[in-house]
Write a protein that binds this ligand. Structure first.
Ligand code: HEM
Length: 142
Protein backbone atom coordinates (compact mmCIF):
# COMPACT_ATOMS: atom_id res chain seq x y z
CA UNK A 1 0.00 0.00 0.00
CA UNK A 2 1.19 3.57 -0.71
CA UNK A 3 -0.35 7.04 -1.02
CA UNK A 4 -1.09 6.47 -4.72
CA UNK A 5 -3.08 3.30 -4.10
CA UNK A 6 -4.97 3.51 -0.80
CA UNK A 7 -6.96 0.47 0.26
CA UNK A 8 -10.59 1.36 -0.38
CA UNK A 9 -13.75 -0.14 1.12
CA UNK A 10 -14.22 -1.68 -2.35
CA UNK A 11 -10.92 -3.57 -1.96
CA UNK A 12 -11.67 -4.45 1.65
CA UNK A 13 -15.01 -6.11 0.90
CA UNK A 14 -13.61 -8.14 -2.00
CA UNK A 15 -14.05 -5.95 -5.11
CA UNK A 16 -16.30 -6.82 -8.01
CA UNK A 17 -17.13 -10.31 -6.77
CA UNK A 18 -18.43 -8.92 -3.48
CA UNK A 19 -20.48 -6.15 -5.08
CA UNK A 20 -22.07 -8.53 -7.58
CA UNK A 21 -22.89 -10.99 -4.78
CA UNK A 22 -24.47 -8.33 -2.52
CA UNK A 23 -26.56 -6.84 -5.35
CA UNK A 24 -27.57 -10.39 -6.33
CA UNK A 25 -28.79 -11.18 -2.82
CA UNK A 26 -30.54 -7.79 -2.63
CA UNK A 27 -32.58 -8.04 -5.83
CA UNK A 28 -33.30 -11.75 -5.29
CA UNK A 29 -34.89 -10.76 -1.98
CA UNK A 30 -36.77 -7.84 -3.55
CA UNK A 31 -38.04 -10.18 -6.24
CA UNK A 32 -39.15 -13.05 -3.99
CA UNK A 33 -39.95 -11.69 -0.53
CA UNK A 34 -43.65 -10.76 -0.14
CA UNK A 35 -42.68 -8.14 2.49
CA UNK A 36 -40.94 -6.17 -0.28
CA UNK A 37 -43.84 -6.26 -2.75
CA UNK A 38 -44.37 -2.48 -2.65
CA UNK A 39 -40.68 -1.87 -3.35
CA UNK A 40 -40.72 -4.45 -6.16
CA UNK A 41 -43.80 -2.85 -7.69
CA UNK A 42 -41.98 0.47 -8.18
CA UNK A 43 -39.38 -1.22 -10.39
CA UNK A 44 -39.58 -2.24 -14.05
CA UNK A 45 -40.64 -5.82 -14.84
CA UNK A 46 -37.07 -6.66 -15.88
CA UNK A 47 -34.69 -6.13 -12.94
CA UNK A 48 -31.63 -6.92 -15.10
CA UNK A 49 -30.74 -3.30 -15.97
CA UNK A 50 -31.15 -1.99 -12.39
CA UNK A 51 -29.11 -4.89 -11.00
CA UNK A 52 -26.29 -3.85 -13.29
CA UNK A 53 -26.70 -0.14 -12.44
CA UNK A 54 -26.68 -0.78 -8.70
CA UNK A 55 -23.51 -2.87 -9.08
CA UNK A 56 -21.80 -0.03 -10.94
CA UNK A 57 -23.07 2.59 -8.47
CA UNK A 58 -21.88 0.62 -5.43
CA UNK A 59 -18.53 -0.04 -7.08
CA UNK A 60 -17.84 3.69 -7.42
CA UNK A 61 -19.45 4.59 -4.08
CA UNK A 62 -17.12 2.16 -2.29
CA UNK A 63 -14.04 3.65 -3.94
CA UNK A 64 -13.69 1.34 -6.96
CA UNK A 65 -13.96 2.28 -10.68
CA UNK A 66 -16.24 5.31 -11.07
CA UNK A 67 -17.91 4.70 -14.44
CA UNK A 68 -21.44 5.10 -12.99
CA UNK A 69 -20.55 8.50 -11.47
CA UNK A 70 -18.90 9.67 -14.68
CA UNK A 71 -22.38 9.70 -16.29
CA UNK A 72 -23.14 12.71 -14.08
CA UNK A 73 -26.39 11.30 -12.65
CA UNK A 74 -27.29 12.36 -9.11
CA UNK A 75 -28.62 9.33 -7.27
CA UNK A 76 -30.81 11.42 -4.94
CA UNK A 77 -32.37 13.59 -7.71
CA UNK A 78 -32.98 10.51 -9.85
CA UNK A 79 -35.07 8.93 -7.09
CA UNK A 80 -37.29 12.03 -6.73
CA UNK A 81 -39.31 10.68 -9.64
CA UNK A 82 -40.54 7.77 -7.47
CA UNK A 83 -43.29 7.83 -4.81
CA UNK A 84 -41.00 6.59 -2.02
CA UNK A 85 -42.90 6.35 1.27
CA UNK A 86 -41.19 5.76 4.64
CA UNK A 87 -42.43 2.14 4.54
CA UNK A 88 -40.87 1.56 1.11
CA UNK A 89 -37.57 3.19 2.16
CA UNK A 90 -37.52 0.80 5.14
CA UNK A 91 -38.14 -2.14 2.80
CA UNK A 92 -35.09 -1.06 0.78
CA UNK A 93 -32.82 -0.70 3.85
CA UNK A 94 -34.09 -3.93 5.33
CA UNK A 95 -33.42 -5.88 2.12
CA UNK A 96 -29.95 -4.33 1.76
CA UNK A 97 -29.14 -5.11 5.42
CA UNK A 98 -30.15 -8.73 4.83
CA UNK A 99 -28.15 -8.90 1.58
CA UNK A 100 -25.01 -7.65 3.35
CA UNK A 101 -25.57 -10.10 6.22
CA UNK A 102 -26.01 -12.95 3.71
CA UNK A 103 -22.75 -11.98 2.03
CA UNK A 104 -20.95 -11.74 5.37
CA UNK A 105 -22.25 -15.15 6.41
CA UNK A 106 -20.87 -16.62 3.19
CA UNK A 107 -17.60 -14.65 3.60
CA UNK A 108 -16.71 -14.65 7.31
CA UNK A 109 -13.43 -12.79 6.67
CA UNK A 110 -15.40 -9.64 5.78
CA UNK A 111 -14.87 -6.96 8.40
CA UNK A 112 -18.04 -6.83 10.54
CA UNK A 113 -17.65 -3.12 11.24
CA UNK A 114 -17.34 -2.28 7.55
CA UNK A 115 -20.38 -4.40 6.70
CA UNK A 116 -22.38 -2.65 9.41
CA UNK A 117 -21.29 0.82 8.28
CA UNK A 118 -22.19 0.06 4.65
CA UNK A 119 -25.68 -1.05 5.64
CA UNK A 120 -26.11 1.98 7.91
CA UNK A 121 -24.97 4.56 5.30
CA UNK A 122 -27.16 3.06 2.59
CA UNK A 123 -30.05 3.07 5.04
CA UNK A 124 -29.49 6.81 5.53
CA UNK A 125 -29.51 7.34 1.76
CA UNK A 126 -32.79 5.44 1.49
CA UNK A 127 -34.29 7.64 4.24
CA UNK A 128 -33.15 10.72 2.31
CA UNK A 129 -35.05 9.49 -0.74
CA UNK A 130 -38.43 9.56 0.99
CA UNK A 131 -40.79 11.59 -1.14
CA UNK A 132 -42.68 13.96 1.14
CA UNK A 133 -45.86 13.97 -0.94
CA UNK A 134 -45.92 10.15 -0.89
CA UNK A 135 -45.16 10.16 2.85
CA UNK A 136 -48.12 12.47 3.49
CA UNK A 137 -50.44 10.26 1.47
CA UNK A 138 -49.31 7.23 3.52
CA UNK A 139 -49.75 8.89 6.94
CA UNK A 140 -53.10 8.28 8.66
CA UNK A 141 -55.39 11.34 8.65
CA UNK A 142 -54.87 13.51 11.74
C1 HEM B 1 -35.52 4.33 -0.80
C2 HEM B 1 -35.99 3.32 -1.49
C3 HEM B 1 -35.66 3.12 -2.95
C4 HEM B 1 -36.55 2.88 -3.95
C5 HEM B 1 -38.06 2.72 -3.80
C6 HEM B 1 -35.82 2.79 -5.18
C7 HEM B 1 -36.39 2.59 -6.42
C8 HEM B 1 -35.72 2.61 -7.60
C9 HEM B 1 -36.34 2.51 -8.91
C10 HEM B 1 -37.85 2.36 -9.16
C11 HEM B 1 -35.36 2.57 -9.83
C12 HEM B 1 -35.54 2.52 -11.38
C13 HEM B 1 -35.21 1.16 -11.88
C14 HEM B 1 -36.38 0.38 -12.40
O1 HEM B 1 -37.42 0.97 -12.74
O2 HEM B 1 -36.29 -0.87 -12.46
C15 HEM B 1 -34.11 2.72 -9.12
C16 HEM B 1 -32.89 2.79 -9.71
C17 HEM B 1 -31.71 2.84 -9.02
N1 HEM B 1 -31.55 2.87 -7.67
FE1 HEM B 1 -33.00 2.94 -6.30
N2 HEM B 1 -34.48 2.96 -4.92
C18 HEM B 1 -34.33 3.18 -3.57
C19 HEM B 1 -33.17 3.38 -2.89
C20 HEM B 1 -31.92 3.35 -3.46
C21 HEM B 1 -30.67 3.54 -2.75
C22 HEM B 1 -30.55 3.84 -1.25
C23 HEM B 1 -29.67 3.41 -3.67
C24 HEM B 1 -28.20 3.51 -3.48
C25 HEM B 1 -27.57 3.13 -2.38
C26 HEM B 1 -30.29 3.16 -4.96
C27 HEM B 1 -29.63 2.97 -6.15
C28 HEM B 1 -30.23 2.90 -7.38
C29 HEM B 1 -29.47 2.87 -8.63
C30 HEM B 1 -27.96 2.90 -8.79
C31 HEM B 1 -30.41 2.84 -9.65
C32 HEM B 1 -30.12 2.83 -11.17
C33 HEM B 1 -30.01 4.26 -11.63
C34 HEM B 1 -29.45 4.37 -13.03
O3 HEM B 1 -28.33 3.91 -13.26
O4 HEM B 1 -30.12 4.96 -13.89
N3 HEM B 1 -31.65 3.13 -4.79
N4 HEM B 1 -34.36 2.75 -7.77
Amino acid sequence: MNAASPVTPYDMIGGDEAVVAIVGYFYDLVEKEPDYAALRALHAADLGPVRHSLERFLTGWLGGPRDWFERGTCIMSMHRAFPITPAIATQWSDAMGRAITAYRTATPALDADLAERMAEKMGHMAQGMINLAAAKAEAPAA
